[in-house]
Design a binder for this molecule. Structure first.
Ligand code: HAM
Length: 427
């Protein structure tokens, strides 16, 4: 057993780390509920074909990063690298769109990409995704961007930068691609090798190359922006106007093309200066053609996904604090132990965190444990108390000094409830 390890790029999330995850998730769930968005859960494992058709064969995700295998039934399966294609498939397959053409959905869970692991980049990572299905107005673009922005702000994340771009529609991009390909043929030698390889596979992606030499050469390349139709232009300026109105600061980045093929019009990313090289915490955009391309009805849509590992790195230390135990039950002796068990079940119905000490250790050891846990209060039940069917309940203050205490009969629920309301639930 001693050589068994987890796979590279995957991590165990241990209880101490999960306190922060759970606190962050709680805030996320509240924000999503407040924005009236419903959850959807799709399988982690899908047919490989879904991602080839949905994300695009020439993308890095599909061509280099997928965890693909043939199952025992000879089907090619893939661990999902993202959630948008799965959501689109689920809506089409379950014929949801004919009765509910407009949907606001979210999902959260593990995604898999075979990338080189580093801080903020894993092979199994987690995303919170939000998809607005059936929405085509610029207002829905603004709502989606504002939602992502507000979620990150609500978590107290600083140094956020929003970058936006427009990719136009399919026709705009085809027009641009013609002249971009001509330029690429002539200027091939000024590009890095990776970008040269992309010319035939996925030329648009060359635009967001991080290579210095390529970036310099691209300054003289044709710009997608100049090939946009009148309609696409006005859509984009509307978006900027509405973001200005909401005072959401943004930077335009004409080279932002995103790594997945399904995008049309609005594309955006939110980065944080507080992260290292993997600075993008949120990425998203519009995908008006995806659902139709996958065999569904013509359905415009827009969405984003937040990388949870990066979000956790950015979220503040205050979210690492666990909720304290409300009542720690110190108990010893045969009858006392049974009564204490009964009492712990009753107390949990009051929405309190109750820990029943099961150690059978001495009172003083159990006291120490309660103190260490910073329990807000303790109940003491020994055989003396048990014989009288009563227990002692005592409040600890912040410093661990005991103050208010009371003896309550095991059968006096009203007195117990009053004590809890006054001392534990009042604030
Ligand atoms: P994406 O940009 O590929 O978009 O991923 C979204 C976010 O997931 C990234 O910004 C990053 O925070 C996180 N992420 C991606 N790869 C990794 C990794 N290897 N390790 C850790 N975090 C990672 C999408 O996936 C689209 N489905 C978003 C979308 C939804 N567009 C429209 N709707």
């Amino acid at each position: 057993m001693n050589n068994l390890k987890n796979l590279r790029g995957t991590v165990d999330l241990l209880p101490v780390q999960l306190i922060k995850w759970q606190n962050v998730e709680k805030i996320l769930f509240e924000q999503l509920a407040r924005a009236s968005i419903n959850e959807i859960r799709t399988p982690i494992l899908e047919m490989t074909e879904l991602f080839i058709r949905g994300i695009g064969e020439g993308t890095d995700v599909v061509s280099k990063e997928m965890y693909t295998f043939v199952d025992r039934g000879d089907r090619s399966c893939t661990l999902r690298p993202e959630g948008t294609a799965s959501v689109a498939r689920a809506l089409i397959q379950n014929q949801i769109l004919s009765n509910h053409p407009i949907q606001k959905l979210w999902y959260m869970g593990p995604m898999f990409r075979y990338e080189r692991p580093q801080a903020g980049r894993q092979r199994q990572f987690h995303q919170l995704g939000v998809e607005f299905i059936g929405y085509d107005s610029v207002r829905s673009d603004v709502e989606i961007i504002a939602l992502a922005w507000d979620i990150l702000s609500k978590l107290g994340i600083k140094e956020l930068n929003l970058e936006i771009n427009t990719l136009g529609d399919t026709k705009d991009r085809a027009n641009f691609q013609k002249s971009f390909l001509k330029w690429l043929e002539i200027n091939k030698d000024s590009l890095d090798l990776d970008s040269q390889n992309r010319i035939t596979k996925n030329p648009l992606r060359i635009l967001d190359s991080k290579n210095f030499q390529t970036k310099k050469a691209l300054k003289n390349a044709p710009r997608l922006f100049d090939f946009l139709s009148e309609k696409s232009h006005s859509r984009y300026s509307d978006l900027k106007k509405q973001l200005d109105f909401l005072k959401i600061p943004y930077v335009e980045n004409f080279n932002l093309v995103r790594g997945l093929d399904y995008y049309t019009h609005t594309a955006f990313e939110i980065t944080s200066g507080a992260l290292g090289s993997q600075a993008t915490v949120c990425g998203g955009g519009r995908y008006d053609d995806l659902i139709k391309q996958m065999g569904g009805p013509n359905t415009p849509a827009i969405g984003f996904a937040i990388g949870l590992e990066r979000l956790i790195l950015l979220a503040g230390k205050e979210l690492e604090v666990p909720r304290n135990t409300d009542i720690y039950i110190i108990n010893q002796g045969l009858i006392a132990e049974s009564l204490a068990m009964d009492l712990s079940r009753k107390l949990r119905n009051y929405d309190l965190i109750v820990e029943l000490d099961l150690s059978g250790a001495t009172f003083s050891k159990q006291f120490k444990k309660a103190n260490k846990l910073k329990s807000k209060s303790i109940i003491v039940m020994g055989d003396n108390e048990a014989a009288k069917r009563e227990f002692l309940i005592r409040l600890f203050d912040q410093s661990g000094d005991e103050n208010k205490e009371e003896v309550i009969s095991f059968d006096n629920d009203i007195k117990l409830e009053n004590w809890i309301n006054k001392n534990l639930l009042a604030n």
